[in-house]
Ligand binder design. Sequence first.
Ligand SMILES: *[C@@H]1O[C@H](CO)[C@@H](O)[C@H](O)[C@H]1NC(C)=O
Ligand SMILES: *[C@@H]1O[C@H](CO)[C@@H](O)[C@H](O)[C@H]1NC(C)=O
Ligand SMILES: *[C@@H]1O[C@H](CO)[C@@H](O)[C@H](O)[C@H]1NC(C)=O
Ligand SMILES: *[C@@H]1O[C@H](CO)[C@@H](O)[C@H](O)[C@H]1NC(C)=O
Ligand SMILES: *[C@@H]1O[C@H](CO)[C@@H](O)[C@H](O)[C@H]1NC(C)=O
Ligand SMILES: *[C@@H]1O[C@H](CO)[C@@H](O)[C@H](O)[C@H]1NC(C)=O
Ligand SMILES: *[C@@H]1O[C@H](CO)[C@@H](O)[C@H](O)[C@H]1NC(C)=O
Ligand SMILES: *[C@@H]1O[C@H](CO)[C@@H](O)[C@H](O)[C@H]1NC(C)=O
Ligand SMILES: *[C@@H]1O[C@H](CO)[C@@H](O)[C@H](O)[C@H]1NC(C)=O
Ligand SMILES: *[C@@H]1O[C@H](CO)[C@@H](O)[C@H](O)[C@H]1NC(C)=O
Ligand SMILES: *[C@@H]1O[C@H](CO)[C@@H](O)[C@H](O)[C@H]1NC(C)=O
Ligand SMILES: [Cu+2]
Length: 622
Amino acid sequence: MIYQYLLLLLHLILLTSAKTVEYHWTTGRGYANVDGIAERPVITCNGQFPWPAIRVTKGDNVLIYLTNGFNESEKTRTTTLHMHGLFQQGTNQMDGPPMVNACPIQPGDTMLYNFTVDSNGQYEDGFRALFVVDDGENNENFPYDYDEEVILSLGEWYGETVDVLTNSFMSLYNPTGAEPIPQNLILNNTRNLTWEVQPDTTYLLRIGNFGGFVSQYFWIEDHDMTVVEVDGIYTEKNTTDMLYITVGQRYSVLIHTKNQTSQNFAIMQKFDDTMLDTIPNDLELNATSYMTYNSSAPQPSQNMVDELEFLDDFYLVPYNKMELLDDPDYVITLDVKMDNLIDGKNYAFFNNITYVAPKVPTLMTALTAGDDASNALVYGSNTNTFVLQKDEIIEIVLNNQDTGVHPFHLHGHVFQTIIRDRSYDADEGEDPVSFDPDNHADYPEYPMQRDTIYLRPQSNFVIRFKADNPGVWFFHCHIEWHLLQGLAIVLVEDPEGIQGNSTQQLTANSLEMCKNSNISTKGNAAGNFDNFLDLTGENVQIKNVPGGFTKKGIIAMVFSCIAGILGLVTISIYGMMDMSSEQEMEEIKELISEDQLEDIMDEEHSDIITSKDGVIIQGTSK
Ligand SMILES: *[C@@H]1O[C@H](CO)[C@@H](O)[C@H](O)[C@H]1NC(C)=O
Ligand SMILES: *[C@@H]1O[C@H](CO)[C@@H](O)[C@H](O)[C@H]1NC(C)=O
Ligand SMILES: *[C@@H]1O[C@H](CO)[C@@H](O)[C@H](O)[C@H]1NC(C)=O
Ligand SMILES: *[C@@H]1O[C@H](CO)[C@@H](O)[C@H](O)[C@H]1NC(C)=O
Ligand SMILES: *[C@@H]1O[C@H](CO)[C@@H](O)[C@H](O)[C@H]1NC(C)=O
Ligand SMILES: *[C@@H]1O[C@H](CO)[C@@H](O)[C@H](O)[C@H]1NC(C)=O
Ligand SMILES: *[C@@H]1O[C@H](CO)[C@@H](O)[C@H](O)[C@H]1NC(C)=O
Ligand SMILES: *[C@@H]1O[C@H](CO)[C@@H](O)[C@H](O)[C@H]1NC(C)=O
Ligand SMILES: *[C@@H]1O[C@H](CO)[C@@H](O)[C@H](O)[C@H]1NC(C)=O
Ligand SMILES: *[C@@H]1O[C@H](CO)[C@@H](O)[C@H](O)[C@H]1NC(C)=O
Ligand SMILES: *[C@@H]1O[C@H](CO)[C@@H](O)[C@H](O)[C@H]1NC(C)=O
Ligand SMILES: [Cu+2]
């Protein structure tokens, strides 16, 4: 099932107005040439692309009527909204993630997202919009002065749609889980953007990375940027000449323009190329846009820098000077790993569990499980669900056993980041460094708060927050590919507080979405409700590769075309390495009997056979 979701990146959280703002959006298919290379299918909003930016004021009641306008015959083409950065206090069902908080919207259906912009404090296909919240009318409560405000959305662009890319990504032909390589960096949904500026003016630049994969370095030639907000949290001013922005992150910076009007300057974006498995020769790692003071003057060429020295957001200080939270009541320690399962595909794991959606959305299990809602078992063995008690201080320790950077995002909260370790030294070829509660750096006095933060390769971070927002909250890697691979957990926060609050009860509209999706709105993860502890029939992950095949040794070698009498068969073999292809062919012929090959051919789906030598052979008939 492909869940297409609209990502709303919330920019500023903030006070009061009480008007109702209403949006009516119908998804559709269109074509756009975003990067100047070629037109490709995109997801449109009421026939338009890109999606409009949304502007509301803190305290507003927001009504978004989202209609799935995709073709009725495309049964897998469901839709939801993925709210990012809103706290959804009391309105957990409006948070978005399918099978966590809601049922998907079927073609032709309309879901009403009805929520208040809280107090306190297919996405790669262009299905995304920036959600800017003003702090008071005309943003009058914003703590810093500026003259003008400008939005910039960063992203990467693929030449193919997510469907096409996903098919080859989640495939036994991609056993290492190499993520698709984007084709270009984009700024405000285009390349070579021109931003016309006035001299001697202070701009508030709201920057968000809407991409689904790669972090970007961002800088403007010969202009400093003063960070004043990250992910909706105001900060003490911190001036830098370069930012590093992961997907899902937002920054607001102040830029004061020069007095001169004779020269223009380069706005630079650069891929974090350490996140790319391969770097194609024709991939431009950096992109140039233009900060233009004078349209008659020549445009600048790209701005080169010697070193990628960027502001480390760990050291930012929140404007509210919130102190370090108390010692935790509950510590959740998670090890991140990527590995193959027996279907040959590459998955992502937290503590050996790859997230598999339940049969009943987790919020609905929490609402119907009575006292059992406090028992994590009812949410299933494969959703990686943790139950948090009301007002507990929660600490999440993330140990990265993977060699990649991962930006993690928590719904429903901002968190304090109290450790982000940098002791791991890749050059030394060391083992991953896990957090040691008895031996660690000092925690900051006023830890930075945000909702999306990156984890360094083979390193660790520690975050804290108070469980004061009853609801079911997804915590996941914001890299869309890794979410597909299952890099997510679910937090069920204060289940009694969810059940006991009238505002949390499912709306008629939410119930209708489930009915039309044939998804039950009661029961445990398996949909059983006579006995919530009976998980018979729950969704579980694919089996492990059996012992004897060391992780590193699992190399899937893919052979296409064993032509001849059997037609076209593709086979991948695990545990065989370093053989020439002719040898490989011979080995295969010896390992599998013709009967087995016939079996493979007869199966509609890929099939697993263990050969006489114990080597796993997997075939897909075409
Ligand atoms: C942007 O400029 C590059 C050359 O710098 C060019 O190849 C490309 O087509 C331009 N893209 C757009 C969308 O104008
Ligand atoms: C829906 O898809 C079918 C099959 O691809 C096509 O024949 C039909 O024209 C489409 N309808 C609409 C409204 O796009
Ligand atoms: C229900 O939730 C709202 C929003 O968080 C909160 O203001 C209210 O106090 C809650 N009511 C109860 C009975 O817990
Ligand atoms: C939105 O929710 C509020 C609070 O539950 C309710 O009073 C209002 O009627 C809802 N609006 C619509 C259009 O359903
Ligand atoms: C970028 O796009 C937003 C709308 O999404 C617009 O408000 C803003 O002015 C654009 N920025 C520039 C520099 O053109
Ligand atoms: C820029 O010009 C303004 C007046 O237009 C002046 O007050 C200011 O001092 C000038 N700044 C610099 C750096 O020259
Ligand atoms: C803009 O640039 C042109 C070409 O370099 C120059 O002749 C002109 O004086 C500039 N205008 C201003 C207002 O600086
Ligand atoms: C931009 O990328 C090209 C190659 O892709 C490289 O030669 C150049 O040094 C890069 N520029 C910067 C500023 O990093
Ligand atoms: C600004 O950030 C740097 C790290 O990039 C940090 O060392 C410094 O303490 C910060 N200053 C303030 C005032 O936040
Ligand atoms: C994950 O599995 C490995 C190997 O089976 C085991 O050593 C490790 O303890 C497991 N980790 C967790 C958190 O269960
Ligand atoms: C709806 O779900 C039930 C239980 O999962 C299943 O038996 C039934 O066939 C489904 N109906 C449709 C129309 O998909
Ligand atoms: Cu990731």
